[in-house]
Design a protein around this ligand. Sequence first.
Ligand code: SF4
Length: 184
Amino acid sequence: MSALAWGVGCAVAVVGFSLAMARWRSLETHAARAERASRPAALRDAELVYLEKLFRISTPVGLVAKLDRAYRLPSGLLVLVEFKTRWSNQPCLSDVIQLSAQRMAVMGQTGQSVASYAYVMVKTQAGRSLPTAHCLELMSDDQVIALIRRRDDLLAGRLLPRRPLSLRTCDTCSFRGRCSGFSH
Ligand code: SF4
């Protein structure tokens, strides 16, 4: 290969690499902008520290929880954020339970402080493009532990389930096939 051809080849490679880097930076900037736009306004100055990450503890109860996002406030406190798409723009009790279990798992595995509140970002299937932030007070660790132990007792048949306030709850319950308290 002549020196000229080699030089041209190198120049083409450098230009190609630069274009690829520029494209990658543009995609990264777009993703960072989208992430910033989707977070609760109260976390504007926070740092995104965990994204779709699994946490696990074995004591005082076995618990595995995958969180959507966790942000670190300038104070060092972590705040959990969960994203949901549903028909109604409202938080549910299951959001509180899920985020409370996540909080317990993150604190247990990492020893970091996690806020006793969290956000569920609800996007409606036929609504606005950006989700709405709902701030939720979380359950204490003792309440989460009691819930897990009750669930274990129900599954083992040591306890009978209480009838829910609305029988419609049974219609979508994943334990319905195994539930002796379900009778309609
Ligand atoms: S099916 Fe059983 S466990 Fe599920 S909500 Fe109804 S009573 Fe509770």
